[in-house]
Design a protein around this ligand. Structure first.
Ligand code: 13P
Length: 255
């Protein structure tokens, strides 16, 4: 259990917020606030904001990510964006399997796996989201379910390629609800994910894996969450849209 073996990453998931001009304003505000971060800083923005984000963050410590990509390389998939398209633009990260995509857009563990493989093959870093619904937690199946989601998402991912994967544990009941998992709950599930990865790969690989918590993480609760031994930063929704709040979270993870 050694946090020094892996890096903490704070990633903002802007979801469907901010036009390109609004994105530029927010990034300009954010840049000086996170310039001395002691952790990884990523902003995952809407597709149409990517170009502006790449330009505005050039030469800074802020990395840019997308919020999804398709699993096929190219073809008749109207409205979709491929991993190669993102890579060629200079995008480094992509969020995959977010619960909102699972809930509203038919994403399954199997398609999350296909997207993960496509993203890694294209040279992107994948932030793969897993997490239980409230009824799963009440039924006592959280750890089994999250372990299964993790295993399926990572099918066919080599040990080497896993270095480009971050797992984000996001309990669905905590997303956008203001209900945060307690630090203990977050740590327990992140530890269970690490144990799963240790079983599938090996302990050293699992110890090197960045596992984030996400779900109503904010400037007030971030410090306690990211201090947990198995929580390596966070995936931040609402609070990533406010530069000052996001910067406080980055500071908390830099300690
Ligand atoms: P909130 O921080 O708004 O709860 O969203 C979390 C999330 O879904 C990040 O991907």
């Amino acid at each position: 259990m050694n946090k020094a073996l892996r890096s903490a990453v704070i990633a903002g998931n802007w979801k469907m917020n901010k036009t390109p001009s609004e994105a530029k304003t927010l990034i300009e505000e954010l840049k000086p606030l996170v310039a001395n971060a002691g952790c990884g800083v990523v902003i995952c923005v809407p597709f149409v904001d990517l170009q502006v984000a790449l330009e505005a963050t050039a030469g800074t410590n802020i990395k840019v990510g997308a919020q999804n990509c398709h699993f096929e390389k190219s073809g008749a998939f109207t409205g979709e964006i491929s991993a190669d398209m993102l890579k060629e633009m200079g995008v480094e990260y992509v969020v995959l399997g977010h619960s909102e995509r699972r809930q509203y857009f038919g994403e399954t563990d199997v398609t999350v796996n296909k997207r993960t493989l496509a993203a890694l093959n294209a040279g992107l870093k994948a932030i793969v989201c897993v997490g239980e619904k409230l009824e799963d937690r009440e039924q006592g199946i959280t750890e089994e379910l999250v372990a299964l989601q993790t295993k399926i998402a990572l099918q066919g991912v080599s040990k080497q390629a896993l270095k480009n994967v971050i797992i984000a544990y996001e309990p669905v009941w905590a997303i956008g609800t203001g209900k945060t998992a307690t630090a203990e709950q977050a740590n327990e599930v992140c530890a269970a994910i690490r144990a799963t990865v240790a079983k599938v790969y090996d302990q050293e690989t699992a110890d090197g894996l960045t596992i984030q918590y996400g779900g109503s993480m904010n400037a007030g609760n971030a410090a306690e969450l990211v201090a947990q031994p198995d929580v390596d930063g966070g995936l931040i929704g609402g609070a990533s849209l406010k530069a000052a709040d996001f910067a406080v979270i980055v500071d908390a993870a830099s300690k």
